[in-house]
Design a protein around this ligand. Sequence first.
Ligand SMILES: Nc1ncnc2c1ncn2[C@@H]1O[C@H](COP(=O)(O)OP(=O)(O)O)[C@@H](O)[C@H]1O
Ligand SMILES: [Mg+2]
Length: 236
Amino acid sequence: MAVISLDGVGRQFETSAGVVDALADVDLHVEEGELVVVLGPSGCGKTTLLNLVGALDAPTSGRLAVAGHDLTGISGGDLYRYRRHTVSFVFQNFNLFPGLTALENVRFGADVAGRRQGEAVAEEVLAKVGLAERATHFPAQLSGGEQQRVAIARALATGNPVLLADEPTGELDFHTGVQILGLLEAQAEAGRAVLVVTHNREISRMADRVVELSGGRVVSDGPPAGGRAPAGSLRW
Ligand SMILES: Nc1ncnc2c1ncn2[C@@H]1O[C@H](COP(=O)(O)OP(=O)(O)O)[C@@H](O)[C@H]1O
Ligand SMILES: [Mg+2]
């Protein structure tokens, strides 16, 4: 069964210039252990889509369910539990707490999800992304790639089954970007449902499935042309 399920999902925004269909009639399904890349140019609706799956926003039409939670009309305690225990985000600009160290940022992820022994979890996950020796550094003392590794570690420390990434390599040079994508790839291999949105077609080569968006609509959905390529083989 799909962990992430969108059926006929639309999101309309009313603006002073009129109604904008940011998403229209979107069907999207992501299974456990699957890495799906949503590909499309700026303005095609990628962030809107990710915000819906993360329950930062609600659809104006269609059905949306994630890990057994019906997100159509979710609110209150159900919404709070969904955010804490189901989904984790990785953003283009990292969004680390500047006043917390690398380890404390990761610990925050464990604490939000209510995990026991948060300190031990944080240390283990920070080591997994290769940053044990940076534990006491603040974000401003880390490179962009290191900051994104901390952000991924924070997402992993939650232990949540759904990982969402919005242009996670957009701020990084390709070499560092490939390292980050390798970490996301490993999460799908570990059984999480991983949804990455990007405008970079090369990144779509590492997907199990590529969903192309144009003007808020799905224009294609299938395995990458030429078959799935390991993250480490990507170049841009
Ligand atoms: N809060 C909003 N109010 C009005 N229009 C919006 C809002 N959010 C997004 N849009 C519009 O929806 C479309 C898709 O935006 P977005 O999802 O950010 O695209 P992408 O992430 O692919 O660049 C764009 O036309 C954008 O201007
Ligand atoms: Mg965007």
